[in-house]
Ligand binder design. Structure first.
Ligand code: SF4
Length: 392
């Protein structure tokens, strides 16, 4: 199991580090280490997450050497095909970013939410949902296990907008993980106070996943009662200015949206200078006001990934698990073949995951974690993708 390949530092320009991976160079930001040329590092999302010894790096690189070049050839074969929108997007992805693919772990630590988004199964008004909260120490232990034993180098800490987690509790979590196991910690905790984000940044968090869901202001107000798109975007911009890597995006097929909206959604994501596009299909949840609305087609979702790639050749584009729900277990593969180059693996324990009910079939309950991780790696290798950092 391995979700990252170490690289060798070849150039240092203040905080921007050039890292070599088997002859390919990527740039990454370094906030935490005193580095010199020749050091070995792991990077994720364009960020240096750890420095390792030459001995450890060479042992890992030796095991990768042969496979790495085989994967490159395989990816090239897949992306040589052209003809339609998705194939063109896949080809462009290969040309601009090679076969690199980020794999992040995700921990869903609380399904409480104070908001009432019309499309979401975690909405406050869904009284039929069993709610849970993981205690701060439990989150820290699971995160450390995921980084230390499962070897994730990037971890999303996700919850509904749950104010039970005070600034102090969240800082304790981030510090507890970061001190023991440096990794790219990605916060997905909603519209919390900016000061909380500031403290979490100082504690070691370096990325925020905060989707705006739709660029259509009227639709946004309807879908997210009591909230405004302007406030959301302002928070995203402030987080970016502070130094957070930004992962953002939208829902495909929200009731009331039109094709022009989707195009604007892609443009808005890019205009925020996002470090990673994150968008997925709207999947109606029976316990929400939109429960009887139609699903968008798989084709529409894949074409949106392809359009986003063609409009943003060098973007990191996450293929979300919602696509898997829509694509009957082929969604991830098809998403990667439509221009996607990033994935997430859910490491939340079953006893909680079953209640993180964003949309039907979200949880993947009952799937053994090891088998799921192996299946993800198998999928990547079958498409010729390697877990090399995509760089800045
Ligand atoms: S989308 Fe997020 S903020 Fe809205 S109800 Fe769901 S968890 Fe809460």
């Amino acid at each position: 199991m391995c979700y990252a390949i170490p690289g060798k530092v070849t150039r240092i320009n203040k905080k921007i580090i050039s890292v070599d991976y088997f002859g390919e160079e990527r740039k990454a930001r370094n906030d935490f280490y005193r580095l010199k040329k020749g050091d070995y590092v792991y990077a994720q999302g364009g960020f240096i997450v750890s420095r390792i010894s030459e001995k450890e790096a060479k042992a890992t690189l030796d095991t990768w050497q042969e496979l790495f070049f085989k994967l490159k050839e395989r990816d090239l074969r897949f992306s040589e095909k052209s003809g339609n929108l998705r194939k063109a997007a896949n080809r462009l992805r290969q040309k601009k970013s090679g076969n690199s693919c980020c794999v992040h772990g995700i921990i869903e630590f609380s399904n409480y939410c104070r908001n009432d988004c019309l499309y979401c199964g975690l909405r406050h008004s869904n009284c039929s949902l069993t709610r849970y909260r993981m205690m701060p120490g439990e989150i820290v232990d699971l995160a450390n296990f995921s980084i230390d034993k499962l070897k994730f180098k990037a971890l999303v800490l996700q919850s509904g907008e749950d104010t039970w987690y005070t600034e102090e509790k969240l800082v304790k979590v981030v510090k507890g993980i970061f001190k023991r196991n440096p990794a790219l910690l990605i916060l997905s905790i909603g519209e919390r106070n900016f000061k909380i984000y500031e403290r979490l940044y100082r504690a070691g968090a370096r990325a925020a996943l905060l989707r705006f869901e739709t660029s259509n202001e009227a639709l946004y107000r309807k879908m997210r009662p009591g909230h405004s798109l302007k406030e959301r975007l302002e928070l995203i911009k402030k987080l970016r200015k502070l130094g957070y890597l930004i992962m953002t995006g939208f829902l495909i097929g929200l009731p009331g949206e039109n094709n022009k909206d989707l195009l604007n959604d892609i443009k808005l994501t890019a205009s925020l200078k996002t470090d990673m596009f994150s968008f997925g299909p709207f999947i109606p949840h029976p316990k929400t006001p939109l429960g009887n609305e139609p699903l968008p087609s798989l084709d529409k979702s894949l074409d949106t990934i392809a359009r986003a790639r063609l409009m943003n050749p060098e973007a990191k584009i996450l293929v979300t698990t919602a696509l898997e729900a829509l694509g009957k277990n082929k969604g991830l593969k098809l998403g990667l073949l439509s221009g996607g180059n990033s994935l997430m693996v859910n490491v939340t324990p079953d006893k909680y995951k079953r209640f993180y009910d964003l949309y039907p079939d979200h949880s993947g309950v009952g799937l053994d974690l090891k088998k799921k991780i192996d299946a993800t790696l198998k999928l990547l290798y079958s498409l010729g993708r390697a877990p090399v950092d995509l760089g800045l």
